[in-house]
Ligand binder design. Structure first.
Ligand code: PEP
Ligand code: MG
Length: 591
């Protein structure tokens, strides 16, 4: 039994067997196995070899019929290569000696064969030498596919272990099958992390050398609030877990029963609590009464879930579906925010030395204008079915906003000419997530209807710390005085300019911080659905006067530690009401 400590990314606790997804990006999953399972792994190897040979034979016969002997020959050569007893022995020895899974052992053989081939002298020799690794690659694919099918065929839940926390890992299995996620790298504010929080999957990242310590099906307890992974928990630890889970569930039930009650402070100040949607899946089982609207619809996830750009019609239908589901509450559609760590598989952007400072968000869609135009048309057409707000990401100058306004007016004209109904109440707002936008707030308020602060990026750009780089994750500090002062400046300038302001970055999901943001003057907070009941609860318990006091206190703080202490004070006051234990490590032997 041991406990390893990482970075808490998505709250919640889970107990379950490990399933290893990938050892390194693009690589095959490698895990250790207990010595009594060595023979089972070797049986898996023989099964995969038989399947591959059958497949090669089928292909050989088909090509023989369709093309002739010469082209079919390669399949016979591949089948022969697989019968080489030396290669087979290398793989079985690796499984036995290193006690690792068959996929890992086959990958090791492939690496060795490739190296041998690269070491051959002379280009022409290399060209004519058969690539002995090729048929083993087919065996590897057969193994991986069978493993995936086997996982898909069962219905038991697993804790996914991966090298990196990517959106693909978070969506690998249906939500109900993923009990928790643990990874070696990944920032707390990466998009994988945002997705895990949104789907309510307990998650811990930054667990160095995690994969090497794991075995498939190893039982673990993941604590996404404390950032710990408890391996091979004994009976006592499981009892502690079960007790915690019971209390958590009771608390959530209690919170949920009040989730529909609006966030009005005891002194009568009303705050809008909105939801961030990352995917259409977020609407499954979502109680719309628990929110006052959608504060951020990250439309890029819709683009990421496709194999090509979604058409205007496809987007329109989806946007209409969201508006209908929200039953008249406003929905804030953010235009496509790709680039940086959010890439589309079918849209290759050139490699950039500094992707976060490069071609992303509005910069990209203003250049590839048809992308923006198609999306605006879809959003405007959908405006006939609900209350639409349009939000622009990565704005850094007034010119960008003016250009979008021009395009917006042109498209409205075209749509009306084509006979579409377009609402004349579409509000246009900008994300404040780049320091330059903070300092032109007084000009922005003249030209936009609202602003929404993206604290994830604002922290990254304000502090010059990559939100996805684990090397500098300890410097990524949303409670840095510079970030808090920027937040205060935005709220103040928005108030002076008479426009509404909200926070839709992850900071808004922390109920103690949310109280402080309301104290600064934010009208709305938008967070993942998981956090809405406790946000509303916290705001219903705190007077505006107390929230303002807290805001002043954290704005005076000289550093994050003081901010944390002030927020912890709020948390412990609210804990009793939330029926929650004050967070403290339930286990002491953390590595
Ligand atoms: C943010 O930057 O805080 C934000 C809400 O946008 P994203 O996380 O999608 O970059
Ligand atoms: Mg952002």
């Amino acid at each position: 039994m041991s406990i390893i400590k990482g970075t808490a990314v998505a709250p919640g606790i889970a107990l379950g067997p490990i399933h290893i997804v990938r050892a390194h990006p693009g690589g095959v999953p490698i895990w250790s196995i207990p010595s009594e399972e060595v023979d089972d792994e070797i049986t898996r190897l023989h099964d995969a070899l038989s399947l591959t040979e059958e497949r090669l034979d089928r292909q050989r016969r088909r090509v023989l019929e369709e093309a002739g002997e010469r082209d079919a020959g390669i399949f016979a050569v591949h089948a022969m290569i697989l019968q080489d007893p030396a290669a087979l022995k290398t793989v079985t020895d690796t499984i036995r000696e290193q006690c690792i899974n068959v996929e890992g052992a086959v990958q090791a053989l492939i690496d060795r064969l490739k190296k041998r081939m690269e070491g051959m002298q002379g280009e022409s020799v290399r060209q004519y030498a058969a690539d002995l690794s090729e048929p083993w690659r087919i065996v590897l694919n057969v193994l991986l596919r069978r493993e995936q099918d086997a996982l898909g065929a069962t219905d038991h839940g697993v804790v996914l272990a991966a090298s990196e926390l990517t959106p693909e890992v978070v969506t690998l299995l249906p939500r109900t099958r993923i009990l928790g996620i643990v990874t070696e790298t990944g920032g707390r504010y990466s998009h994988g992390a945002v997705l895990a929080r949104s789907l309510g999957i307990p998650c811990v990242v930054g667990l160095t050398n995690l994969i090497a310590r794991l075995e498939k099906n190893l039982q673990v307890i993941v604590d996404g609030t404390l950032g710990t992974v408890h391996m091979r928990p004994d009976g006592a630890a499981v009892d502690v877990f079960l007790g915690q889970r019971q209390r958590r569930e009771a608390r959530q039930l209690e919170l949920k029963s009040h989730a529909h009650e609006p966030a009005i402070t005891p002194d009568g100040h009303s705050v809008r609590v909105e939801v961030n949607l990352e995917s259409i899946l977020d609407l499954d089982g979502f109680q719309v009464e628990s929110c006052d609207g959608v504060g951020l619809l990250r439309t890029e996830f819709l683009y990421m879930e496709r194999s090509q750009f979604p058409s205007e019609e496809e987007q329109f239908r989806l946007y209409r579906r969201v508006l209908t589901a929200l039953e008249g509450r406003p929905v804030t559609f953010r235009t496509l925010d790709i680039g940086g760590d959010k890439q589309l598989p079918y849209f290759e952007t050139p490699a950039e030395p500094n992707p976060a400072l490069g071609w992303r968000g509005l910069r990209l869609t203003l250049e590839w204008r048809d992308l923006l135009q198609v999306q605006l048309r879809a959003v405007m057409r959908a405006s006939a079915y609900g209350q639409v707000r349009l939000l622009l990401p990565m704005v850094s100058s007034l010119e960008e906003v003016r250009t979008v306004h021009q395009i917006f007016d042109q498209i409205r004209g075209q749509l009306v000419d084509q006979g579409y109904e377009v609402s004349d109440r579409i509000e246009v707002g900008v994300m404040i997530e780049v320091p330059s936008s903070v300092w032109i707030m007084d000009q922005l308020v003249e030209e936009v209807d609202f602003v929404s602060v993206g604290t994830n990026d604002l922290t990254q750009y304000m502090l010059a710390v990559d939100r996805d780089n684990p090397r500098v994750s300890s410097l990524y500090e949303p409670y840095h005085p510079a970030v808090l002062r920027a937040l205060d400046h935005v709220a103040r300038t928005a108030r002076e300019g008479g426009i509404s302001c909200s926070v839709c970055g992850d900071m808004a999901g922390d109920y103690a911080m949310a109280v402080a943001l309301v104290g600064m003057g934010y009208h709305a907070l938008s967070a993942s659905r998981t956090f809405l009941p406790e946000l509303r609860f916290a705001l219903r318990q705190t007077t505006l006067a107390d929230a303002q006091l807290l805001a002043r206190q954290i704005l005076k703080a000289k550093g994050p530690a003081e901010v944390r202490a002030a927020l912890d004070g709020v948390r412990s006051q609210l804990h009793a009401g939330l029926g929650e234990e004050t967070p403290s490590a339930p286990f002491t032997d953390v590595e």
